[in-house]
Design a protein around this ligand. Structure first.
Ligand code: GLC
Length: 717
């Protein structure tokens, strides 16, 4: 006997299918808060759906949500409250850095805090669930949605996905200021062939288990309430109709009891996938896959009644789906209080409040990654006269396209953050993307730069060049920005490049010719203050790359934890021809995973391990002495990598297994210890499931994934 049997038994097929449908906020008229338009996103919305609908996509605002909920409950038959779901990806009204940037903090606890702030701001605006965390591992910088993820490493991807679930949900989603979370896009969306969004994915069982699936599982094990189907076909079967993925793996092996929702129109897309011939077949396939809610398209509501009447679908499948949906509404406490935390006064109290801005500023500063700092050009000294040049110099475009309800005009611009801190002139120099007749703009910028000691080049990608449907076939900055940079570099001034980007970029001549490079990603509401804090030295940069930067597009996909091949390239100075390498480019990344500099110098001593042999019951400790040679406090992320030298699969040349982000005072020396146990050595072996295999392992401890020195130990029975 299910908890909701009594209500479900009274529901008609249409009423059940209404619960299994989600429409966009735009379907609700502004005036009367409840009249659905006849067509949404090109799909027919039958009038009967209006007062049976289960949930709404992308509506927020305490008053609006309460009005719509009130009208709906007055008119609906069973008084089952609507659920309001939203894409709160990195903040609601206070915008934190893009997720790829937050993943460079190597501080999941900070991301948990940011997620809790996002939940507070969203919940008082009537949001019940967010479509986050996005747990899609990504190794291909051409893919626009790299920006929404946590980079190329499975361990960090798991940790940040869990941090978001905990931050959004707290101990109980019914609690005030909490909301449910939905992990997406299940599964393997980040492996889009050629980096082209929505493209097909071919992922081996080995790579699925080792690289792509762990973070979804971690989010679910952390209590995530919902899973979203991915647009892509996985090994030939579209995820939204992939019974292996959803029935066997997600609900069977992993035991997930929550709801499954499609991505936007992904159910209908089974037709262009060539997997369904028509909406009726698409609906049947998705229902039999275990999909509970159809987002935006209306095949469930429009097609299933006939299939049931014809005996082609068992109505019990609807009951199961509705049960899971009502369970979530119950967990949110909506039956007792359909309005949950929606409250206009609370909105005024919390939205973009000083406390939230302060956290956004702190996280933005810590997400920035210093890639280069020759001649210690940074930090800029307050007596210096600075020219701030480029399309990101004065714009309020400091947030990526997933800005949710954040307002660009509330962002602190780069110029505003700097202007009271140094003598500053600004010149746009050129637009974000190539325009006609920019010569005059560039000439102005060159003139401004001539008057200054230091030039900051504020360059980058327009936000539309990344995120969903933002895949690029090139990774370079736009030609006009490169042209501006060259003109500025001709002046021979101290030059700092600050990047506003949603992905790793191919920097070309900029790698060599500018003195300093700071990757800022899209820093969010407190962008300008965070930039000033870092560039002027109030904050010592501590970000470390969560994704590799290539020298050239031709290396992509490039990632640190690759397999060794049978002909690994030898040393760079005398590479043998017949090895796995390019004749015209290096194998290594321009800036590898885990890389980042600070204002100062940290030295690493000799690695030692407590034993060169261990059984599964033992623990080996790896110790490393780290010294701050600089004259200022520094935050250093000491990273532990392992390599399994042999197994029933070929194993990656390095795997991040642990890290410690520490603060060292000037001159301070500290011994860092990592414990290595058998759990760390496990993986999805060919024959014996998830376990360890005896043999030799290498231990690396260093500042990033390019560390070379190692010690070896043997795992024995
Ligand atoms: C979009 C995105 C997904 C988002 C959903 C709802 O197409 O793929 O990440 O959560 O639709 O906006």
């Amino acid at each position: 006997m299910g908890k909701f049997d009594s209500i479900i038994q009274k529901m008609t097929v249409e009423e059940k299918l209404g619960q299994m449908s989600q429409l966009m906020a735009e379907c609700f008229g502004e005036e009367d808060c409840g009249t659905l338009m006849g067509i949404s996103y090109g799909f027919e919305v039958k009038p009967e759906l209006a007062w049976n609908l289960g949930s709404v996509l992308g509506m927020s605002g305490a008053k609006r949500v309460k009005d719509v909920q009130k009208t709906y409950l007055e008119k609906s038959t069973h008084k089952i409250p609507l659920m309001f779901m939203h894409d709160v990806i990195h903040g609601f009204r206070t915008s934190f850095p893009s997720p790829i940037g937050m993943a460079c903090t190597w501080e999941p606890e900070l991301v948990e805090k940011a997620s809790a702030v996002a939940a507070k701001e969203a919940s008082v605006s009537g949001v019940h669930l967010t479509f986050s965390p996005m747990a899609d591992l990504a190794r291909d910088a051409r893919w626009g949605r790299v920006i929404e993820g946590n980079g190329e490493d499975p361990l960090l991807n798991c940790q940040y996905s869990v941090a978001r679930v905990k931050g959004y949900q707290g101990d109980n989603i019914r609690d005030k200021y909490r909301m449910a979370s939905c992990v997406k896009h299940f599964a393997g969306y980040g492996a889009a062939e050629s980096g082209r969004d929505y493209n097909t994915t071919e992922i081996s069982d080995y790579q699925l288990k080792e690289s792509y699936l762990p973070a979804y599982k971690a989010a679910i094990d952390a209590g995530c309430k919902m899973v979203m189907t991915a647009f892509n076909a996985l090994n030939g079967v579209p995820c939204t109709g992939n019974k292996w993925l959803y029935e066997e793996l997600l609900r069977g092996e992993w035991g997930f009891k929550g709801s499954v929702i499609t991505d936007c129109t992904a159910l209908y897309e089974l037709i262009p996938h060539g997997y369904a011939e028509n909406p009726a077949q698409a609906a049947k396939l998705a229902l039999e896959t275990g999909v509970d809610i159809e987002m935006v398209s209306t095949a469930y509501f429009n097609e299933i009644p006939k299939l049931i009447a014809e005996g082609k679908i068992d109505e019990a499948l609807l009951d199961t789906a509705v049960e899971r949906i009502l369970e979530l509404k119950e967990e949110l406490g909506l039956f007792e209080n359909p309005y949950k935390d929606a409250d206009e006064e609370e909105e005024k109290r919390w939205h973009v409040c000083a406390e939230h801005r302060a956290l956004a500023r702190e996280i933005a500063a810590r997400s920035m990654v210093l890639l280069k700092n020759d001649n210690h050009v940074l930090p800029i000294q307050e007596k210096e006269k600075v020219a701030l040049v480029g399309p990101f110099a004065t714009t309020d475009t400091m947030i990526d396209i997933w800005k949710c309800m954040a307002k660009p005009e509330e962002c602190v611009t780069f110029f505003d953050g700097m202007k009271d801190r140094v003598e500053l002139v600004a010149a746009e120099g050129c637009a974000m993307t190539e325009q006609e007749g920019e010569e005059a703009l560039m000439a102005e910028a060159v003139e401004a730069a001539k008057q200054c000691d230091t030039v900051i080049l504020a360059l980058g990608e327009h936000p539309s060049l990344s995120a969903e449907a933002g895949s690029r076939a090139y990774l370079t900055l736009p030609e006009n920005q490169q042209k501006l940079a060259k003109k500025i570099l001709e002046l021979g001034k101290k030059t700092v490049l600050v990047l506003f980007n949603g992905r790793p970029l191919e920097l070309g001549f900029l790698n060599e010719e500018v003195d300093s490079i700071l990757v800022a990603w899209y820093p969010g509401t407190e962008a300008g203050n965070a930039l000033a804090d870092v560039l002027l030295g109030d904050v010592n940069p501590s970000g470390r790359l969560s994704i590799s930067f290539p020298y050239t597009l031709g290396q992509v996909p490039i990632y640190y934890n690759a397999l060794p091949t049978g002909r690994p390239k030898g040393s760079d100075d005398n590479p043998e021809r017949f090895t796995s390498r390019y004749v015209d480019a290096p194998n290594d990344a321009a800036y590898p995973f885990g890389y980042g500099l600070s204002y100062g110098e940290v030295s690493y001593g000799e690695l030692s391990i407590s034993n060169d042999k261990m059984t599964a019951e033992d623990t080996i400790t790896a110790t490393m002495e780290v010294t701050n040679l600089g004259d200022r406090e520094v935050m250093e992320t000491v990273q532990l990598y392992l390599r399994d030298m042999g197994g029933s699969y070929s194993r990656p040349v390095k795997m991040l297994k642990d890290y410690q982000k520490i603060t060292l005072q000037p001159g301070e020396k500290r011994t860092i210890t990592f414990n290595i146990d058998a759990e760390m050595l496990k993986y999805n072996t060919r024959e014996n499931g998830y376990t360890y295999e005896e043999g030799t392992f290498r231990v690396f401890v260093g500042p990033n994934s390019s560390v070379k020195d190692y010690k070896e130990f043997v795992l024995v029975s």
